[in-house]
Write a protein that binds this ligand. Sequence first.
Ligand SMILES: [Zn+2]
Length: 130
Amino acid sequence: MTSAAFSLLNIFTFYLLTVIFLVTILSKILGGYPFMSIDLEDRGHALENEYFHRKEQELIQKMKAHMAVENAKATAMKCPKCEGTLMEADYDHIKIDICDKCHGAWFDAGELTQVIEKDKQGGWFGRLFG
Ligand SMILES: [Zn+2]
């Protein structure tokens, strides 16, 4: 090894040790390596953003479910007699609408005839209308 190359290696080693020394001193003053603290800060912000994004998505899902229930209520058939909601019920395989408040039974076109036909064998419905 020539003396010039040896001297260059010495300068490089001195430079490297100086940088390590300065970074160590800076880390003692700042309470952590500066470049690491920036990375941790970024990670903290990313986690925070992810948390709020997840919370927003949960709220959006809850609002969508709530809106679906409200829409179903709004489009549900109202009782012609009172403010109740008509619920579909099965009467001997015939769908009739029963009010949840006054318990009135409402028939669609042809349903009453179907009920009478089924009841003609002696049921009270058949005797009443047949
Ligand atoms: Zn009613």
